[in-house]
Design a protein around this ligand. Structure first.
Ligand code: R5P
Length: 294
């Protein structure tokens, strides 16, 4: 107990200083609770308002894909250069040191593999495990327009409800079935549904026509997936365009961990996302760092 002897009389009340009541910097997040805002601020840099998420959760349906054969060897050295690691609980517990200071976004859906119908996903993690793992967000895949649209959207709303209870944001990941058209109309529909059903942020794909209408009509931040491996300059150009057209960051996997110089690529992506660097300049940075093996 504090010693009350010698306690000074309080007098610094700053009666001329109005109390602060600033809005939260992230789109659509102002009405969230403190814990949720705090977790989001560990994902989205409070200065740039953006994030570079490193996605390494592919094994939950793909197995040990190229670049993710050994997360302990291939991915752990990259963690310091990302803002966030998006990962499954199995990989996190078995291969990532628990003293990592980076925000974790936990993949919480699963239940299908590349051998069956990928859209047949459901919740595969209990909220209590997300709490135990001290994660900053939970990622739920939704398949708007697919056979399992209803099931995956309701999985997301269940996670949103539990997340609100514990202060953990839900990231809705919009997956596009093979038969679906990847255009602005589809992504406006899918991202808006996710936001209206309560997701705190949404992941989608970049499209070259009308992406700005997707970000404009979605009331919460959008991050883009990287997709299949592209030449580095093309991946940097895609990230640049997405940011300039309203994305709040990237959730990039293969274009980083399948690059011949993953750390150099991560640093180049960071320059585009956090500093609005042009793709050409960022590619120069990538080339220089690659030659220096940094
Ligand atoms: C799919 O496995 C996950 O949602 C990935 O996290 C997502 O596709 C991002 O990874 P990539 O940039 O490799 O597409």
């Amino acid at each position: 107990m504090a010693d009350i002897d010698g306690t000074n009389e309080p007098k610094q009340f700053f009666t001329d200083v109005p109390p602060t009541s600033e809005g939260f910097y992230l789109k659509g997040s102002n009405s969230l609770d403190w814990g949720m805002k705090n977790r989001l601020s560990r994902i989205f840099n409070p200065v740039s308002g953006k994030t570079v998420m490193l996605a390494v959760d592919h094994g939950y349906f793909l197995g040990p894909t190229a670049g993710l054969e050994r997360i302990d060897v291939n991915i752990v050295p990259l963690i310091p250069y990302a803002d966030t690691l998006m990962i499954t609980r199995g990989a996190l517990r078995t291969m990532v040191p628990a003293d990592t200071q980076k925000a974790i976004v936990l993949r919480v859906t699963g239940g299908a593999s590349i051998l069956t119908d990928l859209s047949n996903e459901d919740l595969a993690v209990d909220i209590e495990d997300a709490v135990r793992l001290n994660v900053c967000a939970m990622a739920v895949q939704v398949y708007v327009g697919s056979e399992h649209e209803h099931q995956t959207l309701l999985s997301m709303t269940r996670m949103v409800d539990m997340g609100l209870r514990y202060g953990i944001p839900t990231l809705a990941v919009t997956a596009v079935g093979k038969e679906m058209v990847r255009d602005a109309k589809y992504f406006r529909l899918a991202t808006r549904i996710c936001a209206e059903l309560g997701a705190q942020y949404v992941k989608t794909y970049y499209i070259s026509e009308g992406f700005e209408t997707v970000t404009a009509s979605c009331p919460v931040p959008i991050v883009i997936a990287g997709g299949k491996k592209l030449p580095e300059i093309d991946a940097l150009t895609m990230a640049y365009r997405a940011i300039q057209e309203g994305a709040a960051g990237v959730d990039m996997g293969r274009n980083i961990f399948q690059s011949v110089a993953p750390i150099a690529m991560l640093k180049a992506v960071r320059a585009v996302v956090h500093e609005n660097e042009t793709p050409e300049k960022a590619f120069e940075l990538y080339t220089t760092l690659k030659s220096e093996k940094k």
